[in-house]
Ligand binder design. Structure first.
Ligand SMILES: CSCCC(=O)C(=O)COP(=O)(O)O
Ligand SMILES: [Mg+2]
Length: 227
């Protein structure tokens, strides 16, 4: 019996190209100016300190910015970078520079699952703030009322099973009653190790019926979860 669904974003609810060709370049373009402008504000100050704590205490502001740009290039899921990206994307959403991409098959299925009593959660490397912005500013309106909670790297890395145990604890459900959706096998392996049920989204490419996790091309193929 599925009582809760936890979904990944990039490659699962939303296209990889939206994240890699729209969101990441926007952060890349604006991060230096954003950091310089907001460096004395408490939230940004703490995040810049987190970068120094991760790399080296004596980094100058220019060196911190250079490190952040390197992490963006390398798609590193480092918590202070992900938090800063969220703050920068907030400006982008509010200026109308982009809207959050959601695959059309996602919306009706999320609504149907929620209507059937299944609680919906998000787990992404993007910060919780960035997740709420994306689902709050989609081409299909504000989808945040569908979700009961959000998790990011502050609860743990997505390829570590302990993160999923923590999530199950916070949801307050047995892991066996939680379904995790992702496009990344290592994340699905970690979730399964924690006892979750899993589904592998293959948005582009061929479905392999013999794969270790059941593969689907989109949310429509998932079908009736508790039927
Ligand atoms: C919250 S939208 C931006 C997604 C993001 O920053 C990212 O790194 C993608 O991570 P995911 O865990 O959703 O694959
Ligand atoms: Mg993903």
């Amino acid at each position: 019996m599925i009582k809760a669904i936890v979904t990944d974003i990039e490659g699962t609810t939303s296209s990889i190209s939206f994240v890699k060709e729209v969101l990441f370049p926007y952060a890349q373009t604006h991060i230096a100016e954003f950091v310089r402008q907001h460096q004395d504000e408490a939230q940004v100050k703490t995040l810049l300190q987190d970068v120094r704590d991760t790399v080296a205490a004596q980094l100058t502001l220019d060196q911190v910015i250079a490190q952040l740009l390197t992490w963006i290039d390398e798609d590193k899921k480092v918590t202070p970078l992900k938090a800063l990206q969220g703050l920068i994307w907030e400006e982008g959403y509010h200026l109308g520079a982009f809207v959050g991409h959601i695959y059309p098959d996602v919306i009706d299925n999320l609504r149907a699952w929620k209507a059937s009593g299944i609680d919906l959660y998000v787990y992404s490397s993007g910060s919780v703030h960035a997740q709420k912005l994306l689902f709050g500013h989609t081409g299909h309106g504000d989808l945040t009322p569908l979700f009961s909670g959000y998790f990011d790297t502050r609860i743990g890395a997505k390829q570590e099973s302990v993160a999923y145990s923590q999530i199950a604890g916070q949801i307050g459900s047995s892991p066996t009653n939680i379904l995790f959706l992702s496009d990344i096998k290592a994340e699905l392996d970690a979730a399964r190790s924690a006892g979750f049920q899993t589904l592998w989204l293959i948005r582009e490419g061929l479905i392999d019926p013999s794969a270790e996790h059941r593969q689907v091309a989109d949310f429509d193929q998932i079908g009736d979860l508790n039927g």
